[in-house]
Design a protein around this ligand. Sequence first.
Ligand code: ADP
Ligand code: TRP
Length: 327
Amino acid sequence: MRILSGIQPSGRLHIGNYFGAMRQHLALQAENEAFYFMASYHALTTVQDPKELRALTIGVATDYLALGLDPKKTVLFTQQDVPEVTELTWMFSCVTPMGLLERATSYKDKVAQGLMANHGLFAYPVLQAADILIYLADLVPVGQDQKQHIEITRDIAQKFNNQFGEIFKIPDAYILEETAVVPGIDGKKMSKSYGNDIGMFEEGKALRKMVMSIVTDSTPVEEPKDPETSTPFLLLKLMASPGELADWEERYRTGGMGYGEVKQRVYELLEETFAPFRERRKELEADPDYVLDVLRDGGLRARAVAHTTMEQVRDAVGLPISYKPAP
Ligand code: ADP
Ligand code: TRP
């Protein structure tokens, strides 16, 4: 199967990105043909400092490699290395009803947060559809917040196919229920843009301080507590063994346990889970040329697929290029 997903390089990655999406990306690479990319054109809707955007883009690539992406097998690339995707975005724009985009919740949320709405932000799901469909992907592993974007992608593919012929596959979202929404320190969905995130490569005192600041209710130590609505428990669930988790659940329900104890365990598990990735990341940081080589190679492999799709698309809409483009 062909797997595809993207991550915006719009800030440092957090454990919600890992458990909600990247862990699945890495697990799926062994048995499938996987394509993962830095959605840098998407990030441009909000990050408009060139130095920062460049550094964040290389940073996310380094994160992927540190987490265990195998660049020989999996195609890791930056969105801008396949400029055909913006050409396809235009073609999709011409079959996308305004109403479909007006209903997009991520756009509405960003506007509600006070972000100045540029056209890129409004057209964001059309670019995302082009990202997915140009590679004829079967499955798109993402967190819950991207569900609607995949539905819009499916709609756009169907509209295009109805009008111009069956070119695009209709992809499915792959969302794991257990990790679909990882909560942040305030209990709301963890997000770079809400300032409630725990960085994936955070360690030591800073990490502990973050974990200790997780918001909990004021139930006294001796009273029973509900684990399923408690952020530290939900984070524990992502990392603890089933046996250990059952013990904590019991302790929540019986009472006599303070939230400080659970938080301490969350902190320890985060240190353990991410320690090997942090080590690998430090090695990669010392070898930026290696990361750039991986991206160059991935860009060429991704572009070759996009190129073939676009030749069919241009023909289908009646706009073939009138000269043979230089390779
Ligand atoms: P953010 O919301 O922090 O800006 P992105 O939109 O860049 O994160 O998300 C990258 C990937 O990580 C997407 O697949 C998204 O669904 C997933 N993801 C982000 N935050 C969470 C979360 N809190 N829980 C589960 N998955 C998440
Ligand atoms: N919108 C996605 C996010 O914010 C990033 C993204 C861009 C993406 N293109 C994609 C995800 C294609 C999956 C497939 O997380």
